[in-house]
Structure formats: structure tokens, C-alpha cells
Design a protein around this ligand. Structure first.
Ligand code: C2E
Ligand code: MG
Ligand code: MG
Ligand code: MG
Length: 283
């Protein structure tokens, strides 16, 4: 009896393994095809100065138009892209596309707009990233000041001389460096100065709990205090209500991003959104 249930459990485990492997293989093949067929697109979400309401930048967020499925969000495929090595060409496409769009918008009437691009830790492991970023800037004509790279804490935690050199080089060129999802990793504050970080993005989980949870409020307050004393700028992500925005402002937060202001949008839609905002500002 025990033996049979053990055997069944093993079969069940085997079936799960197969399902996971199948998902990996199928997604990997579909992603490779998507690259060839240009089935990726970027959506853009505005970032606003909390005090003036001015749009200071946009974050590029990857989307996949998967045939027969529809629009797929990155959480459903980034892990497969990372584990299969495809994150390199996909990431290069993202950088190139985002830089071209930023150059176009800066020329079209939003000259100080900054484009934020997410980088995965795996992109740092392959050694071509400095060249990829340089090529995206050169091909698009975007000024380095118009680009900000969003890193995760897991990237900067590697106490790596090559990484430090890379970040110093970007910093020297004028590219901005932000830590995404700040507060969720193993926050060692020492790296913030050492790695020339300009800006912290407070993770959405703390922001959304700001009203209801004393712990989150204390964490956000501490992050803002620390950022200020280190001379770092700060942005809160996932701002969904006016009450939270007001509270963040009271706490000394510089900038915000979230559904309260705008969802991530395709480029033409974001452009209309920017124009509409300019018109109301003039009225
Ligand atoms: P992230 O960089 O932290 O991006 C913020 C995520 O929060 C986005 O999800 C955005 O759509 C969502 N968001 C923005 N405002 C709100 C809000 O008010 N409420 C809620 N509930 N959500 C909000 P998305 O687009 O699904 O992206 C998920 C993650 O995928 C990103 O998190 C980022 O880590 C990764 N990602 C996106 N694009 C890229 C890319 O081009 N390359 C790499 N390596 N990773 C990417
Ligand atoms: Mg991000
Ligand atoms: Mg984030
Ligand atoms: Mg994230």
C-alpha cells in the first residue's frame, strides 16, 4: 500500500517535471520565433515629479504579442528568456527600441524626458552589455543623459570589480542608474555610493501598504531619509490612490509612477497622453 502510494507520488512528480520542461522548451522556441518576427513591443509608463506634476520620464516595459494568446506580460516569460540565453538579444532589442523612442520624443517637444530601461542580472553575465548600451545610444542618437538603467539589488550585490567598472563607465558618460524594487532584496546600503547609484525606486509592495501597515510606513520613511542623506533621488512605484500620493509627498518623496497617473501604454497612446497633459497645463 505504502509502496503504491509512493510510486504514484513519483509519477505525479514526474508529470510535473515534464510539464515544467515542456513549458520551458515551448516558451523558448516561441520566444526565438518572436524575435525573428518582431512580436515584441514596448509599453511606456510615465514618471512624474510629485511636487510639480511634470513628466520627468517614462519606463519601458516589455510586452509580447503571442500568436493565439494575445498580449503577454514579462513575468510570464522573462525567466525563460534568462535561462535560455535569449534575454541577451531580447534585451538588446529593448535597449535599441527604447533609445530610438526616447530620442524621437525628446526631439518632438519633450527635450528633458528620460527613458528608464530594465536590465536583468543575466545580461551582466555575458560581457557584451557595455557595447550593447553604447550601440543603442549611437544608433538612436539619444544623449546618454536621456537614458536611465534600472538594476536590481541582486545585480549590485555581486561585489564584482568588472561590474563596478561598468557602472562607473556609464555614470561617467551621463547615463542614470536606478535600483528597482528597492527594499525587497538584501539591502546593503554600502553599495549605493560605491556603485554611483542616482535613484531608488521604492518597491510597489511597500507603497500599496502605506496606509494600512505601520511596518511598510516605517520602511518607506527610512528609505526616503536614507536616500536624502546620501543625496539620492527617489521614486515610488505602484501609486494607485491620491491618499497614498499625498502621504508620499508629506514624507518627502520626489517622484511617482503608478496607475493613479497612467498605465503603461503603447507609444502612440503615450504620445497623445503627453500632448493632452501639455494642453491642460497651458489652459
Ligand atoms: P518593474 O520594473 O518593477 O515594473 C513595474 C511593474 O509594475 C510593471 O509590470 C508595471 O506595469 C506595474 N505597475 C505600474 N504601476 C502599477 C500600479 O499602480 N499598480 C500595479 N499593481 N502595478 C503597477 P510589468 O510591465 O508586468 O513588468 C513586470 C516586471 O518585468 C518589471 O517590474 C521588470 O522587472 C520586468 N521587465 C519589464 N520589462 C522588462 C525588460 O525590458 N527587460 C527586463 N529584463 N525585465 C523587464
Ligand atoms: Mg522597473
Ligand atoms: Mg519595480
Ligand atoms: Mg520588478
Amino acid at each position: 500500500e505504502a509502496e503504491r502510494s509512493g510510486r504514484n507520488r513519483f509519477r505525479c512528480f514526474e508529470a510535473q517535471m515534464n510539464a515544467a520542461l515542456m513549458r520551458f522548451v515551448q516558451t523558448r522556441e516561441a520566444l526565438a520565433l518572436a524575435l525573428q518576427q518582431q512580436a515584441f513591443e514596448l509599453h511606456y509608463q510615465p514618471q512624474l515629479d510629485l511636487r510639480t506634476g511634470a513628466v520627468i520620464g517614462v519606463e519601458a516595459l516589455l510586452r509580447w504579442q503571442r500568436p493565439g494568446v494575445g498580449l503577454v506580460l514579462p513575468d510570464a516569460f522573462i525567466d525563460v528568456a534568462e535561462d535560455s540565453g535569449l534575454i541577451e538579444p531580447i534585451g538588446a532589442w529593448v535597449l535599441e527600441q527604447a533609445c530610438r523612442q526616447a530620442a524621437a520624443w525628446r526631439a518632438a517637444g519633450w527635450p528633458s524626458l528620460v527613458m528608464s530601461v530594465n536590465l536583468s542580472a543575466v545580461q551582466f553575465q555575458h560581457g557584451q552589455l557595455v557595447e550593447t548600451v553604447a550601440a543603442a545610444l549611437a544608433n538612436s542618437g539619444l544623449a546618454p543623459q536621456g537614458l536611465e538603467l534600472e538594476l536590481t539589488e541582486s545585480i549590485v550585490l555581486q561585489e564584482d570589480a568588472a561590474l563596478r567598472e561598468t557602472l562607473a563607465q556609464w555614470k561617467c558618460q551621463g547615463i542614470g542608474l536606478a535600483i528597482d524594487d528597492f527594499g525587497t532584496g538584501y539591502a546593503s546600503f554600502a553599495y549605493l555610493k560605491r556603485f554611483h547609484i542616482d535613484r531608488l525606486k521604492i518597491d510597489r509592495s511597500f507603497v500599496s501598504d502605506l496606509q494600512s501597515d505601520d511596518g511598510s510606513r516605517a520602511i518607506v520613511a527610512a528609505i526616503i531619509q536614507m536616500a536624502r542623506s546620501l543625496g539620492l533621488r527617489i521614486i515610488a512605484e505602484g501609486v494607485e490612490t491620491l491618499a497614498i500620493a499625498a502621504q508620499l509627498q508629506g514624507m518627502g518623496c520626489d517622484a511617482v509612477q503608478g496607475y493613479l497617473y497612467a498605465r503603461p501604454m503603447p507609444a502612440p497612446e503615450l504620445e497623445r497622453w503627453l500632448q493632452a497633459r501639455d494642453n491642460t497645463a497651458q489652459a
